[in-house]
Design a protein around this ligand. Structure first.
Ligand SMILES: *[C@@H]1O[C@H](CO)[C@@H](O)[C@H](O)[C@H]1NC(C)=O
Ligand SMILES: *[C@@H]1O[C@H](CO)[C@@H](O)[C@H](O)[C@H]1NC(C)=O
Ligand SMILES: *[C@@H]1O[C@H](CO)[C@@H](O)[C@H](O)[C@H]1NC(C)=O
Ligand SMILES: *[C@@H]1O[C@H](CO)[C@@H](O)[C@H](O)[C@H]1NC(C)=O
Ligand SMILES: *[C@@H]1O[C@H](CO)[C@@H](O)[C@H](O)[C@H]1NC(C)=O
Ligand SMILES: *[C@@H]1O[C@H](CO)[C@@H](O)[C@H](O)[C@H]1NC(C)=O
Length: 365
């Protein structure tokens, strides 16, 4: 009773504030050039189909200084290049869909609104990451991105949204290991918690499943390997010529998918066989070396011997069911102790919601 009185009082206090911007007649876009994330509705509640980003922020900024690069410039160049992909994924959906795209399929009538709000947040991330890069480094601009027509079909789009937001937690927490400055680590955490809310929204409202992923999200120690996989969305040759290579440095690892054999569920305890999806970049197996499928979940990893000829391993049964994701890479040392011990992957298996494990899109296919 006590709580419901509090929440009624809270709602009464907050509702007029929520209602106010909707009745305002001037478009918040007129202030886009001066908008600051955290101080503008453009990065939170703006509902327009047009991008909240002013045109002077949707391009590459060549470096203007000649001093040493900022300590975390490289990290934020990589992260901004990734963010242009995520932001475009949302912006394309805002343009392609409307409220009835989702209500027609039985999803809540707030689904489209949430997608627009998340687009606003991602545009804010673009601006935040731009501001983190010093004048002594290039600030990457957007390329053109292809989310195939099927991925812009509402249900597949929602699946990929859950996949991308969950995967983003794995590379954001991994990037904390690479950050030099404490303020950068704090910024990564502050952004990561927002991506986690985007994912939690989809678990509750879209998939009608539990919102929690267990005690810890999965962290992957070599985030550039995940970022490299997101190049699948970049239309080749479409990036501004001044953009740095993405990600930098890149290992250009063979990308992995999985074979959907009878009996494979993609869940802990089930067998899995991999596909090396790029015909121009297959692993070079060395007959005298031993290989391991290294499975990451939460803060842990479990190594399973991997014979490339048999190409069949069991996903560790120890990992929680229906919780977050499992990432698997092939390494030439148990537990993949260094970045260059990884020889293929990573493959990200979405475990939550379970109904998507076999059917959600992956970066590789
Ligand atoms: C964009 O335009 C605004 C308003 O003129 C200006 O304050 C801001 O510095 C510009 N930003 C860039 C990156 O050009
Ligand atoms: C939503 O989009 C569909 C397909 O483009 C269109 O037929 C419909 O009229 C739109 N609905 C609204 C409310 O704009
Ligand atoms: C949205 O759905 C909720 C509950 O399902 C309903 O109460 C509300 O009237 C709906 N709003 C609109 C604008 O359709
Ligand atoms: C294969 O691995 C062995 C042992 O690690 C190494 O000495 C050899 O150079 C490798 N061969 C190739 C072709 O990479
Ligand atoms: C994998 O887990 C082991 C402990 O089991 C740990 O020593 C190792 O650092 C972890 N590997 C990575 C790449 O995080
Ligand atoms: C995986 O295989 C099962 C059983 O053969 C099939 O029902 C399912 O549609 C397949 N999923 C994909 C993504 O191919």
């Amino acid at each position: 009773m006590y709580f419901s009185i509090i929440s009624v009082a809270f709602m009464a206090a907050v509702l007029p504030a929520i209602a106010f911007p909707a009745t305002s007649k001037t478009s918040p876009l007129k202030d886009a050039e001066k908008a600051v994330p955290g101080e503008s509705p453009l990065f939170g509640t703006y509902m327009g189909k047009k991008t909240p980003l002013a045109s002077n922020y949707t391009k590459v900024f060549p470096k203007t200084g000649s001093g040493p690069a900022g300590a975390d410039d490289l990290l934020f160049q990589n992260l901004l290049a990734a963010e242009w992909i995520i932001y475009s994924f949302y912006q394309q959906a805002v343009e392609a869909f409307n409220t009835s795209s989702f209500t027609d399929l039985g999803y809540p009538n707030t689904t489209y609104q949430r997608i627009v709000e998340m687009r606003d947040n991602e545009a804010g991330h673009v601006r935040i990451f731009q501001d983190q890069i010093s004048d002594n480094s290039v600030t990457p601009g957007p390329c053109k991105y292809g989310f195939s027509t099927t991925q812009l079909e509402p249900l597949l789009w929602l699946s990929l949204q859950t996949y991308l937001e969950t995967a983003s937690m794995a590379y954001l927490t991994g990037l904390v290991l690479d950050a030099s400055l404490t303020v950068s680590k704090s910024a990564l955490l502050a952004i990561g918690t927002v991506e986690s809310r985007h994912n939690t929204w989809s678990l509750i409202d879209v998939w009608n499943t539990g919102p929690f992923s267990g005690p810890s999200d999965t962290t992957y120690p070599y985030p550039n390997q995940i970022l490299d996989a997101t190049n699948a969305f970049v239309i080749p040759g479409s990036c501004p010529s001044e953009n740095p290579v993405y990600p930098n440095p890149t290992q250009n690892l063979p990308q992995m998918g999985f074979v959907n054999k009878t009996g494979t569920t993609g869940h802990p305890g089930s067998k899995i066989s991999f596909r090396y999806t790029d015909k121009n970049n297959k692993p070079h197996w060395n007959a005298t070396e031993n290989y391991y499928a290294v499975f990451f979940h939460g803060l842990n990893n479990i190594s399973v011997p991997y014979d490339p000829k048999k190409n069949s391993v069991t996903i560790p049964k120890a990992f929680d069911l229906d919780a977050g994701l499992i990432i698997v890479s092939i390494a030439n040392k148990p537990h993949a102790p260094t970045e260059d011990s990884v020889v293929a992957g990573p493959l990200i298996l979405l475990e939550q919601p379970e109904l998507l494990t076999m059917d959600s899109p992956t970066f590789a296919e």
